[in-house]
Design a protein around this ligand. Structure first.
Ligand code: ASP
Ligand code: MG
Length: 423
């Protein structure tokens, strides 16, 4: 039996009871003959509480100290978990990200892992310990400062350690039974997916599915580490995310993997842009220089009589102010009429590699939205995804309608949400 990395999210270790329950599960894996490395998140809403606290002492929490503060959350859970395991008669040692060899760049609050040197973890394992590692944190290569990887970063820690330790699987324990065909908080008849490819999972993650972060899946694909997403509450088989279906689980690639939705974006429309070369370039250069990541971009056909066109794009709501400010500054030079900002939008995406070879998917998607009385404002596609922007108030109904139209509804209400807030 090989080495497994298990990651437990904040809702799985929300209180002392949760920590003891998780400790039992970890000990079971050890008893089954595995070497076990555990990555743990901060208890419950600890990270949010720490962020809140920082805001109360300073309106602009500085990067370095802010990271130092946030990493305290994971230190608490790792130490408690190690104690709970020892109490069950097994040896465990906890390690900070830095001690575990998680080396990052020095971008505070959203550092990237650039190397993992898990020498101390290896030693601890060889001496018969269960190793507990604080998620979501590392140490910067140049300044040796403590860094964090961005919200939800513990999943990435787990996959990175799994890759560095050549684990056979990275198990991500969360508060639902796996990856579902839609958010089970919205669609009661969402179905658990047994296996999904890295490619489809990446599209779901970038389309708003919160069960796994894009960065973590990207990392897993690069190092070919199979991920098993499952619940720490139920013990059921969850969802395997990998290149190929695992072992005896010879499941076929579904035509459609699922429906994702995202209400975190806003839409900017640049109205009355002169239809000549260089205009779009000037607009998007301004947005890029403000370090804003865009999502969908649509340019309308210009009206022949005016020679003017409208350009719309979506971006994270949190970047809205910055984008508008940056564009206002270019108004004279680019010569557009006005800017419109709309944050009451939702994006709904249908994902599945099978749509490449199955005609009619787009038509069915739009028909389902029509039947639900949902108006479409923007459309964008990739090889394995169709996305539309609609009014935010229509989002739940739209997701359910599309889910039903593609035959994804399960016969039972099996989509159980055991706790937490969806992260
Ligand atoms: N505790 C951090 C957060 O809440 C990291 C994580 O949970 O993965 O974002
Ligand atoms: Mg968390």
């Amino acid at each position: 039996m090989g080495l497994v990395v298990q990651k437990y999210g904040g809702s799985s270790v929300a209180d002392a009871e949760g920590i003891k329950r998780v400790a039992k599960r970890i000990v079971d894996a050890k008893k089954n003959g595995h070497q076990v490395v555990v990555v743990v998140s901060a208890m419950g809403d600890t990270t949010d509480e720490l962020i809140d606290l920082a805001g109360q002492v300073s309106p602009i929490p500085a990067g370095r100290e802010f990271d130092m503060l946030l990493t305290a959350g994971e230190r608490i859970s790792m130490a408690l978990l190690a104690m709970a395991i020892k109490n069950l008669g097994h040896e465990a040692q906890s390690f900070t990200g830095s001690q575990a060899g998680v080396i990052t760049d020095s971008v505070h609050n959203k550092a990237r892992i650039i190397d993992v040197t898990p020498g101390r973890i290896r030693t601890a394992l060889d001496e018969g310990n269960i190793a507990i590692v604080a998620g979501f944190q590392g140490v910067s290569q140049d300044k040796k400062d403590i860094t964090t990887l961005g919200r939800g970063g513990s999943d990435t820690t787990a996959v990175a350690l799994a890759a560095a330790l050549d684990a056979e699987v990275c198990e991500i324990y969360t508060d639902v039974d796996g990856v579902f065909t839609a958010d089970p908080r919205v669609v009661k008849k969402a179905r658990k997916i047994d296996w999904i490819s890295f490619g489809d999972m990446l599209e779901l993650a970038s389309s708003g599915s919160k069960v796994l972060l894009h960065r973590c899946v990207e990392y897993a694909r690069r190092y070919n580490i199979p991920i098993h997403v499952r619940s720490s509450f139920s013990g059921l088989q969850g969802t395997w995310v990998s290149n190929e279906p695992q072992g005896d689980r010879k499941v076929e690639q579904a035509i459609i993997s699922g429906v994702a939705h995202d209400t975190s974006e806003a839409k900017v429309t640049v109205v009355g842009v002169p239809d000549k070369p260089g205009e779009a370039a000037a607009i998007f250069r301004a947005v890029a220089d403000a370090e804003i990541n865009l999502d969908m971009i649509v340019q309308n056909v210009s009206a022949a009589s005016t020679g003017l066109t409208d350009i719309s794009f979506t971006l994270p709501k949190s970047e809205g102010r910055k984008a508008i400010d940056a564009l206002e500054k270019t108004k004279e030079r680019v010569g557009f009429d006005s800017l419109r900002y709309d944050d009451q939008i939702a994006k709904i995406s249908l994902v599945g590699a099978g749509m490449k070879t199955n005609p009619g998917v787009t038509a069915t998607f739009f028909e389902a939205l029509t039947d639900a009385g949902v108006n479409i404002e923007l459309i964008s596609t990739s090889e394995i995804r169709i996305s539309v922007v609609t009014r935010a108030e229509d989002v739940n109904e739209a997701v359910r309608a599309v889910h039903t139209a593609f035959g994804l509804d399960s016969d039972s209400d099996e989509a159980v949400v055991y706790g937490g807030t969806g992260r």
